[in-house]
Design a protein around this ligand. Structure first.
Ligand code: ADE
Ligand code: ZN
Length: 335
């Protein structure tokens, strides 16, 4: 299966660009920007990546982002990720960024969005990879703070397809952000939200009903509500699942216990994604391999993850048709 997975066209829908900051680049940027980091080598940084839950990861993750200061830093960060996409045959990616992680340190919104978007334009031209940008509100901060971020984003509306919700799920349910999500939808943004990662199935239902989301990020705890699973299946509500992330953050103790293949076989629109690959030990191909190693699957089933991601993406119907054909042609070589 490994050669099949390696060359399989892939579409990534759940990737935090700050989570693609590899320790080597973190060191380079720390030096370039004269920022102190509490580690003496990239190896020491990697050794510190032992997490017990989502919060223990987030604490280290926000600290890592402190080395990102200039537009060039955001450009370099994004470019390194796009090169990894090329290696993994990712043909399209929808990238999250967390403006508040940076504006809260005095970095201008403009600096962040320009660095990321210039890099994505170069990747389209030179690597042939298409992309979209989604900005996430940090749910541990207040709704007024999210509203302020939404206002900052309006001048860059042409570069941002949607808004999402991430950070600590426990204690910060979707309903806390009902007003700002309504404003975002009124302004023409598509909406998505992290839900049912660490939090209960009710967060998934409320993200759909109260935030009007078009995808659920993670969503693996949907299985705790049988009626919800049936609804997700009937409506083809996509779940952007991140298998290695779930393992690292102890949402599942072992990949054998992960429910993604069960959900695929039940007919849900589940997809495979890398979340924060620099922190969780793997990009897209690694995530596919980890799932396939623990859950033997047919070629058709593996390709279905890509077909689901194309269906769930925010590209035009014409682009979807082209990528679907590309994937089916690839699959036809094997079956
Ligand atoms: N921010 C980055 N990765 C995240 C995750 N897996 N859950 C919530 N917030 C995040
Ligand atoms: Zn995430």
């Amino acid at each position: 299966m490994k050669p099949f997975i390696q060359k399989l066209p892939k579409v990534e829908l759940h990737l935090h660009i700050e989570g693609s900051l590899e320790p080597e680049l973190m060191f380079e940027l720390a030096k370039r920007n004269n920022i102190d980091i509490p580690f003496s080598s990239p190896e020491e940084v990697r050794a510190a990546y032992q997490f017990s839950n989502l919060q223990s990861f987030l604490d280290i993750y926000y600290q890592g982002a402190n080395v990102l200061i200039h537009e060039q830093d955001f450009f370099d960060l994004t470019w390194a990720y796009m090169l990894r996409c090329k290696q993994d045959n990712v043909i399209h990616t929808e990238i999250f960024f967390d403006p508040q992680t940076h504006t809260g340190r005095g970095i201008a919104f403009e600096t962040v969005i320009n660095g990321i978007s210039k890099s994505l334009e170069k990747a389209q031209q030179e690597l042939g990879i298409s992309s979209q940008i989604i900005m996430c509100f940090l749910r541990h901060l207040s709704e007024p703070a999210a509203m302020e971020t939404l206002l900052q984003a309006l001048p860059f509306k042409d570069k941002i397809v949607g808004v999402g919700l991430d950070s600590s799920e426990q204690g910060h349910p979707p309903e806390k952000f009902m007003n700002v999500f309504r404003e975002a939808r009124n302004a023409g943004f598509i909406t998505v939200a992290h839900a049912g990662e660490e939090g209960p199935a009710l967060n998934i239902r409320n993200a759909i009903d109260l935030l009007g989301v078009q995808r659920i990020d993670h969503g693996v705890r949907c299985v705790e509500d049988v009626a919800l699973v049936e609804e997700l299946k009937q409506t083809r509500m996509p779940l952007t699942v991140c298998p290695l992330s779930n393992l690292k953050l102890k949402v599942f103790q072992q990949m054998e216990q992960h429910n993604i293949v069960q959900l695929l076989r039940q007919g849900l629109c589940v997809t495979i994604n890398s979340d924060d690959p620099a922190y969780f030990g793997g990009y897209m191909t690694d995530n596919f391999n980890a799932v396939a190693d623990a859950h033997p699957m047919s070629y058709q089933e593996l390709a279905q993850f890509t077909l689901n991601a194309i269906e769930a993406s925010f590209i035009s119907d014409q682009e979807k048709a082209r990528m679907t054909e590309q994937t089916n042609e690839y699959l036809a070589q094997y079956v």
